[in-house]
Write a protein that binds this ligand. Structure first.
Ligand code: GLN
Length: 283
């Protein structure tokens, strides 16, 4: 089979499920991965024949895409803040909103002179911790997660991206006290309520790790409360807490943090104009 025929059959198999632009972008993500041809190269190799092995890989990918599996899990990679991360179904696929949180922290640190210590709670693929380590070379970065599988993926991502991050397997909800004092504590914990499941797409709901996403309807701020409380004792003077938050709970999350003694609490919107991030400090 020639690449151009493969493209036609790929488009016709998936066009009922994904819109036409998305189908093509999926196709080119796979040609890059399976054939090692970038989009621009595909155009000049349309008459090239696929090997049986390559054809098999495409057939398998099409089947998984039909089942709504995210393409990032199929190719095992996702881009975040300018670098490529390995992802498996044990970790959440990094989101563009989270890039905005990372960007906020990096901009706040643009003129910092001293070396700082940072803790990322619930690191998953390691995308927050690793992007911070890469862009703030003077920082000492620590990251924790409750999942051993996630920690393995994150470690692999740190070495692939040539940064030094200390990973610790820890259940934050069962932590009495953090192991060090930090200048920055950041977290993108689970925050989607069960009642919001009906707003979510099948690709997320059926494939991403539920323990990284969901909280119960009656205690949606459980992670935020615990982290805010732990941070109160373990943030250094002038230390700052950053969170990614549930868009519907901006005010509620802000009030909870203020009630725990933080005097400056700022809610920021993401690119879709939803309340998505919080920065809190005690001065
Ligand atoms: N923003 C993610 C989503 O809506 C949720 C991330 C999280 O729960 N921390 O899929």
């Amino acid at each position: 089979m020639k690449i151009k025929d493969l493209r036609d059959s790929f488009v016709s198999s998936l066009s009922g499920i994904y819109d036409s632009e998305e189908v093509l972008s999926l196709f080119y993500m796979l040609t890059e991965e399976i054939l090692e041809l970038r989009r621009v190269d595909v155009a000049i190799h349309l008459n090239k024949k696929l090997s049986a092995e390559e054809k098999k890989k495409f057939d398998k990918a099409v089947k998984r895409l039909k089942d709504h599996e995210p393409v990032q899990y199929i190719i095992g990679k996702a881009d975040f803040y300018g670098v490529t991360f390995r992802v498996t179904p044990h970790v959440l696929i990094p989101r563009p909103e989270t890039e905005e949180l990372v960007d906020w922290i990096i901009n706040d640190q643009a003129n910092a002179k001293d070396s700082i210590s940072i803790l990322d709670i619930g690191t998953g693929s390691g995308c927050i911790a690793i992007s911070l380590a890469k862009n703030l070379p003077k920082a000492k970065v620590y990251a924790i997660d409750v999942s051993a599988e996630a920690i393995n993926v994150a470690k692999e991502n740190a070495s692939k991206n040539e940064v030094d991050v200390t990973f610790v397997l820890t259940d934050i909800l069962n932590t009495e006290e953090l192991f060090l004092k930090f200048d920055i504590i950041v977290s993108n914990p689970p925050y989607v309520r069960e009642l919001e499941k009906n707003e979510m797409k099948a690709n997320v709901l059926d494939n991403e790790p539920p323990q990284a996403l969901f909280v119960s309807d009656d205690a949606p701020l459980i992670f935020y409360k615990k982290i805010t409380q732990l941070a109160r004792k373990k943030l250094k003077e002038n230390g700052v807490l950053y969170f990614e938050i549930n868009q519907y709970l901006g005010e509620e999350t802000k009030s909870m943090i203020e009630a725990k003694g933080y005097t400056t609490v700022i809610v920021r919107k993401d690119m879709y104009n939803n309340d998505r991030m919080i920065k809190a400090s005690v001065n």
